[in-house]
Design a protein around this ligand. Structure first.
Ligand SMILES: C[S@@+](CC[C@H](N)C(=O)[O-])C[C@H]1O[C@@H](n2cnc3c(N)ncnc32)[C@H](O)[C@@H]1O
Length: 314
């Protein structure tokens, strides 16, 4: 099932992972990665193991299965969920982990990155990601990191804040929001921040008025775009010839990076490394979006590594 397959997919109830994180586009991931017995697998954002479980059920005893996450809670969960199985669990950001795997000469048949936050991030007030739950202004995916959202909100000057909110949040009212934040400092909680941002936004609209500001802060705290931009070429290097890469992103800034990185090394060129399996990003259908709100903005792109003769696995 490749380029001309239907671009809508559903995660059926029987596939839903345990815990409160439901993997998005699971059926699509399985059909594009097409795991086979013995395939090696690298999951760069293993989270609560939903995708990994589906894939490892199909690869059975791979010679290598590596699960990466930067969040301590996810790592604890993965340790329990995959106890006794031949998987290596790495508690690092995916850029560092990918660099180290590449330096040690590792190659994989299947690579998945399902980037962004998990449901436990959004549903736990103390992690500070949620607009709707009042908690500290944290937003760190990696609890060992020093920089958090509170530091940015309370120490950046107005121009820096406006630029951050404009560029990472694609927020048109970034300057007014930055001005309001600076006028109301110190800001300690997500609830205070959401209230300040809402106070300078027009009423109404389909999304919470602070959504874009929260997105911008989260991206900055976790260096999300830099991580993705630098890691994409390494993931392509880490693929075996015939191997497949799938990346799920959740907003246009990420999807643009993924698309660009795949296009740069594919197409009708003598040195192409990839064949694109998705001409357009794959999205969830209505059923999946209703059962899993995170699927609303998920976009999946996939590619297969080719050799110079442009052969690839069927
Ligand atoms: C959308 S969740 C992944 C869920 C997973 N696919 C599943 O089925 O449970 C994203 C996960 O990636 C992790 N993450 C995001 N960016 C990361 C990065 N740069 N390095 C390592 N982990 C990252 C987050 O901590 C989170 O656990």
């Amino acid at each position: 099932m490749h380029q001309n397959q239907k671009n809508k997919h559903v995660t059926s109830a029987k596939n839903i992972a345990r815990g409160d994180h439901i993997p998005v586009l699971l059926d699509a991931v399985l059909s594009y990665l097409a795991p086979r017995e013995g395939d090696s697998y690298l999951d760069l954002t293993a989270g609560y193991g939903g995708h990994a479980k589906g894939i490892l059920e199909r690869t059975l005893q791979p010679d290598q299965a590596v699960l990466v996450d930067r969040d301590q809670n996810a790592i604890n969960y993965l340790g329990k969920a995959f106890k006794g199985q031949p998987v290596e669990i790495i508690h690092k950001d995916f850029l560092t982990a990918s660099q180290e795997l590449a330096a040690s000469g590792k190659r994989f048949n299947l690579i998945l990155a399902d980037i962004g936050v998990s449901s436990p991030h959004l549903n736990t007030a103390s992690r500070g990601f949620s607009i709707n739950l009042d908690g500290p202004l944290d937003m760190r995916m990696d609890q060992r990191q020093d920089l958090n959202a509170e530091t940015i909100v309370n120490s950046y000057d107005e121009a820096q804040l406006a630029e951050l909110i404009r560029s990472y949040g694609e927020e048109r009212r970034a300057r007014a929001i930055a001005r309001a934040i600076v006028a109301n400092r110190p800001v300690a909680t997500t609830g205070q921040l959401a209230h300040i941002v809402a106070s300078v936004q027009p009423r109404g609209g389909k999304i919470h008025p602070a959504t874009r500001t929260f997105q911008a802060l989260r991206i900055a705290v976790n260096s999300e775009l830099e991580q993705l931009k630098l890691a994409m070429p390494i993931w392509i290097d880490l693929l075996e010839v015939g191997g497949r890469l799938a990346v799920i992103s959740f907003h246009s800034l990420e999807d643009r990076i993924v698309k660009q990185a795949l296009l740069e090394v594919s197409g009708n060129r003598y040195d192409a490394q990839l064949e694109l399996l998705t001409k357009h990003p794959v999205t969830g259908n209505d059923e999946e979006v209703v059962s899993n709100p995170r699927a609303r903005s998920a976009k999946l792109r996939a590619a297969a590594k080719i050799n110079n003769q442009k052969e690839r696995r069927d």
